[in-house]
Ligand binder design. Structure first.
Ligand code: PLP
Length: 409
């Protein structure tokens, strides 16, 4: 299946049948990078994506980038100039976020099982910690005393609802993330009694949803839950992070998320917020929606093999660099990401092939029986929708091949 049959709206221009990234032909960019495989992220597409969101969302809604989606330091620094805050999930990500120049006041830290040394660094940096357990609250109190700095905290709530039809459900039912909503009042009392600096709530219900109505429903529920919980809070709510979950289309038949209903709903919620929690800022926490479509993965054809009537393009890239494109990062049924031959996008002759990597496992499959331009050793295979959960979500040590390059163009 080609990118065209895939009904994929390729955001990268094609000139003389060669893909352009950040205004540079892919063949030239490959020379500039000096090796394959590599990931390339396009600044212009990232800026356009943030601008698109700003056009649809009310001005008062704060846009945060969850850097787990793509923690490349240059990209995070670029993003720091576009968004209102960064969300990190480890001390490693915190270092990248602080280096980006984002004000520590606008950085928050979520994730179950934060280690003591991570919490210590978070307090010292002056960032907001999304507390995910009673244990974490107590450790924060002790560390605050030791450091002579009160930890800034929000409570991450595990609500009793989920983001429907999402790729990853992070809430509803028993979950390791956050504190069950029914236990939150007790935690709020403890936070007040222990003297932590309470700032608000974090309610993240799920990821990768392409259904605006599901996102709207979740945002309303998260908002109403936060307003109810705020009655038990030890101080005014300053931050109300209602999560994100905005998805991008990866597979045939998937349509881009409609922003109009989401913007309309957020405008209504922002209006209610002014009355219900006048000190609070409404925050959206987005990862893949901001960067996923701005990135490609590029690998080179090493060998072209025919096996019992089927053509395999064997490349120098594979699941060790791009686990999600191989279908092994949370997919139930494997489907192809959009793929082209980047230096011959349409080509004169086309054929149905499978694109594989160098690993000795049938899982190392980047495209399964797709129609592509005819390709030979030396040609460049491009996988789109690779700007999020690419390199850092992949088992790079597996089979000890070299790590890929990364460029921001
Ligand atoms: N924030 C939290 C707490 C998450 O768990 C996740 C994803 O799992 C994200 C943000 C980013 O989600 P996405 O990249 O789908 O926007």
């Amino acid at each position: 299946m080609s990118a065209h049959e895939h009904a994929f709206a390729c955001p990268f221009p094609v000139i003389d049948d060669c893909l352009q990234v950040g205004g540079v032909p892919l063949t030239r960019l490959t020379e500039r990078v000096g090796r394959t495989p590599f990931y390339a992220y396009d600044r212009r597409l990232i800026s356009e994506r943030v601008a698109l969101l700003r056009r649809h969302l009310p001005e008062t809604v704060r846009l945060h980038y969850a850097i787990k989606a793509n923690p490349m330091p240059a990209l995070v620094s670029y993003m720091a100039g576009l968004v209102d805050g960064l969300d990190v999930a480890s001390a490693g990500e915190l270092r990248v976020a602080l280096d980006s120049g984002m004000a520590p006041a606008e950085i928050s830290f979520a994730g179950p099982g934060k280690r003591e040394e991570e919490l210590r660094q978070a307090i010292a940096a002056g960032i907001l910690v999304n507390v995910e357990s009673f244990r974490e609250a107590r450790v924060l109190v002790r560390l605050s005393e030791e450091l002579g700095l009160p930890a800034r905290v929000a409570v991450r709530v595990n609500p009793d609802f989920e983001l429907k039809s999402s790729g990853a459900k992070m809430s509803g039912g028993p979950k390791p993330f956050g504190v069950d909503a029914e236990k939150v009042p007790a935690l709020l009392h403890e936070i007040g009694a222990l003297g932590l600096a309470f700032e608000g709530f974090h309610i993240f219900a799920g990821s990768q949803s392409l259904r605006a109505e599901a996102i709207v429903e979740t945002q309303v529920k998260a908002y109403e839950l936060a307003v109810r919980l705020a009655r038990e809070a030890p101080g005014p709510v300053k931050v109300l992070n209602i999560g994100g979950g905005f998805g991008i289309p990866y597979f045939p038949g998937e349509q881009p998320l409609e922003l109009v209903p989401i913007g309309r709903n957020l405008a209504a919620l922002a209006e209610r917020l002014r009355r219900d929690l006048p000190a609070a800022r409404l925050v959206l926490e987005l990862g893949r929606y901001l960067v996923g479509e701005a990135g490609i993965y590029v690998c080179r054809v090493i060998d072209r093999k025919e096996s019992r009537g089927h053509v395999f393009l064997v490349t120098d890239g594979g699941l060790h660099h791009h686990l999600s494109a191989s279908g092994n990062f949370g997919q139930v049924i494997r489907k192809n990401y959009p793929v082209v031959v980047g230096n011959r996008v349409r080509g004169t002759r086309r054929e149905t092939v499978s694109v594989v990597g160098p690993l000795c496992t049938p899982l190392d499959l980047l495209a399964d029986r797709m129609e592509l331009a005819e390709a030979h050793p030396g040609d460049l295979i491009v996988i789109f929708q690779s700007g999020a959960y690419g390199l850092t979500a992949s088992p790079t040590a597996f089979l000890s091949h070299p790590a890929p390059g990364e460029v921001l163009v």
